[in-house]
Design a protein around this ligand. Structure first.
Ligand SMILES: *Cc1c(COP(=O)(O)O)cnc(C)c1O
Length: 317
């Protein structure tokens, strides 16, 4: 169980370890949606994504450990590496030997060790589990973890302090740590706020699991919203139930709709956002999200290859 007290405690614990990110009004998206649309610019967070909140809180809660480990090379891996260095703990990010050199360099640049183990994500994860079992490391997963969820919830508190009249919040949804934490925090203070989850049409594990009534595996396919890929875990303990209880609406977007969101945020709002972070804008542009009441879009991350971003903005996708 995760409670509002956990989120409040997390907010105190990670103050000074994460940035308070700005909010700004989007005039163009407001005109399309029907009411004021605010952009919560969490892609400006240190390490380029909100995941630093959960990782910093989880690391701060650790007792006596040899270090921290995980098997993510994406935004969670970066966040955990950064949080560990800030709190003076060794970090080992386990990767398969298929992970490209630039990602290994990025992990090293954050002061962590990239440990190559096996030829698949599963083998990398097995090495992280071995470090946990045999060497006294704490394994910090990307979403299904109480302290990670509580840390992500601090984003909800920050939104309410910056936009007190928010009526709805649109949240990129993958494993559901972000949505669970934010929804828990804002509904504790303002039960009437609508929580809208947004995923891609292709390979959305949480959407498929909600439809089935239990966690299911989906085939992983390439998507512009690469940070929203991956499963929710067959043994999901927390986020499946929390998302089911707290989410009011779910919107799914095509690849073209995600690209349109990236392009619009760059050209009209001047924000460089990765696919996962652009789904709120994409939903408004697609006519799938309309409201007269104040709406907040969480721009959850900005880690996208610059050449890829430029091509999408030029309309070459
Ligand atoms: C991880 C991530 C998400 C999804 O978060 P979950 O907690 O897995 O639902 C969304 N956007 C970005 C940029 C991310 O890195």
């Amino acid at each position: 169980m995760v409670t509002m007290d956990d989120v409040s405690a997390a907010a105190g614990r990670i103050r000074g370890l994460v940035r308070v990110t700005p909010v700004k009004l989007s005039p163009s998206l407001s005109a399309l949606a029907g009411g004021p649309v605010w952009l919560k610019c969490e892609q400006q967070q240190e390490t380029g994504a909100f995941k630093l909140r959960g990782a910093s809180n989880a690391v701060a809660r650790l007792g006596d450990v040899a270090g921290v480990t995980t098997a993510s090379t994406g935004n969670h891996g970066r966040a955990l590496a950064h949080a560990a260095r800030a709190q003076r703990l060794p970090a080992i990010i386990c990767v398969s030997r298929l992970v490209p050199q630039n990602k290994l360099d990025a992990i090293a640049a954050l002061g962590a060790e990239a440990r190559i183990a096996g030829a698949s994500q599963d083998e990398a994860f097995a090495e992280a589990r071995r470090l946990q079992r045999d060497e006294g490391f704490a394994l910090i997963p990307p979403f299904d973890h109480a302290e990670v969820i509580a840390g992500q919830g601090t984003l909800g508190l920050e939104i309410l302090s910056q936009i007190p009249d928010a009526a709805a919040i649109a949240i990129p949804l993958s494993g559901g740590g972000l949505l669970s934490g934010v929804a828990l925090a804002v509904k504790a203070l303002r039960p009437d706020i609508r929580i809208i989850g947004i995923s891609m049409e292709r390979g959305a594990a949480m959407a498929a699991s909600l439809a089935a009534g239990h966690p299911v595996e989906v085939e992983e396919v390439e998507t512009l919203a690469d940070s929203l890929g991956g499963g929710i875990g067959q043994k999901n303990r927390l986020t499946f139930g929390m998302v089911r209880a707290l989410m009011d609406d779910l919107i799914l977007l095509s690849e073209d709709e995600i690209a349109a969101g990236i392009r619009h945020l760059a050209l009209e709002d001047g924000e460089t956002v990765e696919g996962a972070g652009a789904v709120g804008a994409g939903a408004i542009l697609a006519g799938k999200l309309r409201t007269d009441d104040p709406l907040v879009l969480i721009l959850s991350g900005g880690n996208i290859d610059p050449a890829r971003h430029a091509a999408i903005v030029r309309g070459e996708r």
